[in-house]
Design a binder for this molecule. Structure first.
Ligand code: FEO
Length: 396
């Protein structure tokens, strides 16, 4: 079913209620997602983006309910990734000569994926496409989140089609930001930012300043995933500006994995020490082998400091801890402090390894770390309490 966004703009995307993982198995989508595509009707008709490949035929049927395909004058590809371009090959088979407006990098992406010489029209920031009474203005947005990413702005309607930026993986039949559950929406927005946009925060800030500098009125922001921002649409821009500024809350997150509960006991005793030293700080514990890694990364994003624990196994650390630290390293978090802990029975390298990874990942390691021999006894539990207390002191 299509949804009328304004008199001129119709949503022709797909709500994917069943999606559980995105980017292969990389990103959990507890609330599904949507692939937003838009049809703008003026003297010229333009389709902005398509949907993920599995929904190609459903998408084209729905599009044909709205418009005869030969009446589509232009296609805008804001981003070449397959969740937005997946239906393009079949659509272009049906209307092969329709010009595609996209960035130079999107041409590379589309050719690389689909091996077709379509009628590409490369655009740059500030280029305009007249639709008759209204115009589209193109705004390149490299690394938000891929090099080919672009936004476009519809004059008259004052709509910014922002593609992945300002989106969320959030399936809802309501489609507009003012109609959905607000805490759910916030959670999906911050998870999306934390897991996808964190490494590009400087670019996010720069791009927002650039777009704001255009002084274009914005009545609505229509991203390519999740809800459309029509109620106070700039709230998500303000929120991105805050997140892009090395965001943190008064939170400490403890990540650990454990073999025979020793490192878990250490984690809990350290948490008790933290709370004893600072009752106001939020402390959250996550077993990295049992909790969703994208949810954990969202908590790391919100934290001013983290503690990472692993027992020593085979002179190394447990694989779930190593795995999430590899992701955390790639996200280039800034302005966060850290320390490590873990049990051992024999060689005991885990804390040293964790310290090294945390340092390489940009965290300020504020303590040498704490090793616990075998299963923690009362003395080790006391040491963990004290470690938690001194960690809080080291954050000051
Ligand atoms: Fe970068 Fe929604 O694709």
């Amino acid at each position: 079913m299509s949804v009328k966004v304004t008199e001129w703009v119709t949503w022709v995307g797909k709500i994917d209620w069943e999606l559980k993982k995105f980017h292969g198995e990389e990103y959990s989508t507890h609330k599904g997602s949507t692939y937003n595509a838009y049809l703008v009707r003026d003297e010229k008709n333009v389709l902005i983006d398509t949907v993920w490949r599995p929904f190609t035929h459903e998408f084209i049927e729905k599009l044909q309910d709205e418009i005869a395909l030969e009446k589509i004058d232009y296609i805008v590809v804001n981003h070449g990734e397959v969740d937005h371009s997946g239906a393009l090959p079949e659509l272009m088979r049906l209307i092969p000569d329709v010009p595609i407006y996209c960035t130079a990098n999107a041409v590379k992406s589309l050719k690389g994926q689909y091996h077709q010489e379509w009628n590409f029209h490369v655009v740059k920031t500030g280029d305009r496409l007249s639709l008759g009474q209204k115009e589209l203005i193109f705004i390149e947005a490299p690394m938000l989140h891929w090099p080919d990413s672009m936004m476009c702005y519809l004059t008259g309607e004052n709509i910014l089609f922002s593609n992945d930026a300002f989106g969320q993986h959030y399936a809802s039949e309501y489609l507009f930001n003012d109609l959905v559950d607000q805490p759910e929406l916030y959670q999906e927005c911050i998870k999306y930012y934390a897991n996808i946009l964190t490494p590009f925060s400087k670019l996010v800030d720069r791009k927002i300043k650039e777009v704001v500098g255009f002084n274009l009125p914005v009545s609505m922001i229509c991203p390519s995933h999740g809800v459309l921002w029509r109620d106070n649409p700039l709230q998500i821009v303000t929120q991105y500006t805050e997140w892009a500024a090395d965001y943190q809350e008064n939170q400490i997150t403890i990540l650990y994995d454990t073999m025979w509960d020793g490192t878990r006991k250490m984690a809990e005793a350290i948490a008790a020490g933290i709370k004893a030293a600072d009752a106001a700080v939020q402390v959250k514990l996550y077993n990295t082998s049992r909790r969703d890694k994208n949810d954990i990364i969202t908590e790391v994003f919100k934290s001013k400091a983290i503690l990472v624990g692993s027992p020593t196994v085979n002179k190394g650390i447990l694989s779930s801890v190593a795995g999430i630290l590899e992701e955390i390293k790639g996200l280039s978090f800034k302005n966060k402090k850290a320390a490590a802990f873990g049990t051992y029975g024999w060689s005991g390298e885990s804390v040293k390894i964790l310290n090294q990874i945390l340092n390489e990942s940009g965290f300020q390691v504020v303590h040498d770390g704490l090793k616990g021999l075998w299963n923690p006894d009362e003395n080790t539990v006391n040491q963990c309490n004290q470690f938690g207390e001194s960690f809080v002191e080291n954050l000051k």
